[in-house]
Ligand binder design. Structure first.
Ligand code: 5AD
Ligand code: SF4
Length: 456
């Protein structure tokens, strides 16, 4: 479909708003959703929409939703509810809901029944249809739902990214793993890899536009390429992208411990642009819990991979995801989680209380854990991880780090923020002209979450 749709009703809508109606995309969830939202923004701006200054007030508001935990779902319903009155006052306003939640029947039914002021619902594989869906809604005035159509995974569009120097590139969609707690495979479907050619052409175009730091994105990037007509390994893809001239830094997200090969670990040590940092979720330290989570690795094999990474990739840093209070988790099991945390020494960790997700296998397990126990374990986990973050950051004191300046600090426009190759956030006092540049910074202060330094 022509993205700059010449459709009649969209044109009327545009005219009514002096050809530049405002939009706002509200994104919940993971990096994948953030990136999908960049695609949505690109499409809307191509149509003539301009981004609204207010998040919850625009001519067109789109909610890109997440299904991984109930909290994220509740937030969307809350925000949608709050828009009911606004829409009454301004019936011309459009509201769309997309993302993982809309991939499930029950969530769509709730929208149909309780949130009748929603105009458009679309799925994770229907983003490109948006201009057409807007037109269809405007022509009928009814709720338009599209979750069936498949976008071409090899699509080659110039995505307008929020940051002009660091960017994400989708290399695959879906997941085949079915971890028993996780709803993602049900929402996003099976693994599908994008072709090497299509990925390389996007990376080359981004580098030409000035991007220096690129992250290859997928639910489980280490199994990239298995389903392609001519199978390719993730290591082969990484090597090809590493060879793109002008690229400075290369990262990837998310890795599954069971699929990290020796070949990949060795390549990470050798490929000059691949950064010394990996996000490697271990979820739980107990082998019993890991088995019931269907993770397909053990605590020992996970730690072995960490050890290999430490040996092969000099100065590598780690981040992770951890779930506490999975069904049946005993105090001893939880202690195994703390043991992994202490042994690895993560620089960053995303910590979650297990959350029942209807439709997943773990939701049917009978030995669910009480909320108070989950809360207590989460707190004790944080009591262990925060001091580690602090010690890790302390070790940067008086070192000189190469920092890619990304933009102004949220709190102080005179301070710029950037990242080290190890993905550490650094505050640097310098002017805006350094945005997008790699600078050397001497670290002279720190807290548990960020470093501060001076340019040298
Ligand atoms: N409950 C809690 N955390 C979850 N995650 C995924 N599903 C659940 C759930 N049901 C966490 C995992 C995953 C991260 C993206 O979200 O740690 O790695
Ligand atoms: Fe969910 Fe597991 Fe797939 Fe990650 S690997 S998306 S946790 S099922």
């Amino acid at each position: 479909m022509d993205k700059k749709t010449s459709n009649r009703y969209v044109n009327l809508f545009m005219n009514k708003h002096n050809n530049n109606p405002t939009y706002s995309v509200i994104t919940h969830g993971c990096q994948m959703n953030e990136h999908d939202s960049e695609k949505i923004k690109t499409l809307l701006e191509e149509m003539g929409f301009v981004e609204s200054e207010e998040k919850l007030n625009a001519d067109f508001i789109i909610f890109n939703t997440c299904l991984v935990r109930e909290n994220a779902e509740m937030k969307v319903y809350g925000q949608l509810g709050a828009l009911k009155n606004l829409k009454k006052e301004n019936p011309d306003m459009l509201i769309a809901v997309c993302g993982c939640m809309m991939q499930t029947g029950p969530a769509r039914d709730i929208i149909r029944e309780k949130y009748q002021h929603v105009d458009i619902v679309f799925g994770v594989n229907n983003i490109n249809s948006l201009p057409y869906l807007i037109d269809r809604h405007l022509s009928t005035g009814k709720l338009v739902v599209d979750i069936e159509r498949k976008d071409d995974i090899d699509e080659d569009i110039a995505i307008k990214r929020d940051n002009k120097h660091i960017g994400y590139v989708n290399i695959m969609t879906g997941c085949n793993n079915f971890c028993t707690y996780c709803i993602v495979p049900y929402a996003r479907g099976r693994e599908q890899s994008r072709s090497v050619e299509s990925i390389l052409s996007e990376v080359k175009r981004m580098v030409k536009e000035g991007y220096k730091d690129i992250t290859l994105l997928g639910q489980n990037v280490n199994s990239y390429g298995k389903t392609l007509e001519n199978p390719v390994t993730f290591t082969e893809l990484l090597t090809e992208v590493n060879n793109v001239e002008g690229l400075e830094r290369l990262r990837f997200l998310t890795s599954h411990p069971k699929d990290i090969s020796d070949e990949l670990i060795e390549a990470m040590g050798k490929l000059d642009k691949v950064c010394e940092n990996i996000h490697l979720p271990f979820q739980a330290g107990s082998n019993n819990v890991l088995k019931r989570m269907n993770r397909n690795y053990t605590k020992e094999s996970y730690l072995e991979k960490i050890e290999k990474l430490k040996q092969n990739v000099k100065g590598i840093t780690f981040s992770t995801d951890i779930i506490v209070g999975f069904p049946g988790e005993t105090e001893e099991d939880f202690q195994e989680t703390l043991d992994v945390v202490r042994k690895v020494g993560y620089e960053q960790a995303f910590t979650f209380k297990y959350n029942r997700r209807p439709g997943t296998r773990a939701d049917l397990f009978e030995d669910q854990i009480d909320e108070e126990v989950k809360q207590d374990r989460l707190q004790r986990l944080l009591d262990v991880v925060y001091p580690i973050f602090y010690e890790k950051n302390k070790a940067y004191l008086n070192t000189v780090q190469e920092v890619l300046i990304e933009g102004e600090s949220k709190n102080n426009p005179e301070v710029m923020t950037g990242r080290t190759r190890t993905f550490k956030l650094v505050n640097v006092k310098c002017d805006k002209s350094y945005i997008g540049k790699l600078v050397n910074v001497r670290i002279n202060d720190f807290n548990s979450f960020a470093l501060t330094g001076e340019m040298i």
